[in-house]
Design a protein around this ligand. Structure first.
Ligand SMILES: CC(C)(COP(=O)(O)OP(=O)(O)OC[C@H]1O[C@@H](n2cnc3c(N)ncnc32)[C@H](O)[C@@H]1OP(=O)(O)O)[C@@H](O)C(=O)NCCC(=O)NCCS
Length: 153
């Protein structure tokens, strides 16, 4: 299954907010944070994955964002709604971010992920991201470590 990937708009923020806390817990962003992220077109690019199925056309399936500063891209977020997981949409979104990063001249990509986030770790590892270092107590108010990962573009 493939989704339609489009630039993210404020309508997508409305659609994703019900999922945000459930998916990101203490790291959840507010509507205002997303609005500010979208407004920064110079350094950031956000995309949404939309359903193309008849009757559900346009429904939000996922979203993702990247920041590119100099030669380094940082994956800021990747999320797929629970009912649409394991259908390749996370991969499609990640491919879109990496393409955008290359277009903007980045030569490497970095990201941070919770050390207990098996689905995300599996997605990133299979896309060539390697472990850089552990950041102790980075998430959940100091309770969960982050793994910093990196890959060349
Ligand atoms: C991580 C996430 C974005 C993956 O999205 P997805 O659309 O389900 O991923 P895909 O279907 O594109 O999976 C691509 C590959 O990633 C790996 N993968 C994804 N989910 C996995 C899981 N639950 N267990 C093991 N491997 C997994 C597999 O290698 C998979 O390929 P396969 O299905 O052919 O085996 C999704 O689980 C999610 O939104 N999680 C909550 C938010 C989050 O943690 N985001 C990442 C923050 S860093």
């Amino acid at each position: 299954m493939t989704a339609r990937i489009v630039p993210m708009t404020r309508a997508h923020i409305d659609a994703l907010m019900p999922y945000e806390h459930e998916m990101f817990g203490t790291e959840a962003w507010s509507y205002a944070s997303y609005r500010d992220e979208l407004a920064d077109k110079r350094f950031r690019a956000y995309y949404a994955a939309e359903d193309t199925t008849d009757g559900r056309d346009g429904d939000l399936l996922g979203w993702a964002g990247v920041m590119v500063v100099g030669d380094t891209a940082q994956v800021l977020t990747v999320g797929v709604v629970p009912a649409a997981r394991r259908r390749g949409i996370g991969q499609q979104l990640l491919d879109t971010l990496l393409d955008e990063a290359r277009r903007r001249g980045a030569e490497q990509t970095v990201l941070e992920v919770r050390v207990d986030n098996e689905p995300a770790l599996a997605l990133y590892r299979r896309n060539g991201f390697a472990d850089l270092r552990v950041r102790r107590g980075y998430y959940a108010n100091g309770r969960v470590d982050a793994l910093e990962m990196q890959r060349a573009l």
